[in-house]
Design a protein around this ligand. Structure first.
Ligand code: ZN
Ligand code: ZN
Length: 146
């Protein structure tokens, strides 16, 4: 989450409003956002899917701290953009930094790639690992020299 704090609420006040909502959820006075459909697009949460969050549609002042609607993260981001709380160029910059930081090679110098489960890892080393454990028959002897 990119928070620039450029609009009228401080990051601390936003945090405070979110904490108040979390307390209500914990005591069961309002439902968990994941249990409600997205107020904007109707998206229904399933385990592993994009999460829902409570959006403070009246702002983060104490008086409106509990004026919230459950929206999915995608709609939440769009709302934040529309309200000017976050800026598109900041999101782009954050994404660019993330991809730069991502390692392209493992410690043995193999190229890393995205696995079928979406995780970023070295395929070569995974294969060696499984071979060593005897899960995959093959050339564990040669693979030891990497
Ligand atoms: Zn949505
Ligand atoms: Zn590797």
């Amino acid at each position: 989450m990119v928070e620039t704090g450029t609009n009228k609420w401080t990051v601390a006040q936003k945090k405070r409003a979110r904490t108040l909502v979390n307390v209500e959820v914990r005591f069961g006075r309002i439902p968990r956002p994941n249990s409600l459909p997205c107020a904007d697009c109707g998206h229904v949460w399933v385990p592993g899917g994009r999460r829902h969050e409570y959006d403070h549609y009246h702002g983060y002042d104490d008086a409106h701290a509990l004026d919230v609607e459950a929206v999915c993260t995608r709609c939440q981001r769009r709302r934040s953009l529309e309200r000017g709380e976050i800026k598109l160029e900041n999101l782009r910059r954050a994404a660019a930094i993330r991809s730069l930081r991502r390692k392209t090679r493992c410690k043995f110098g193999h190229p890393m790639s995205r696995a079928s489960d979406g995780k970023w890892r070295c395929r070569e080393c995974r294969l060696v690992y499984w071979r060593k454990r005897g899960k995959v028959r093959g050339q564990a002897q040669q693979d030891r020299v990497v």
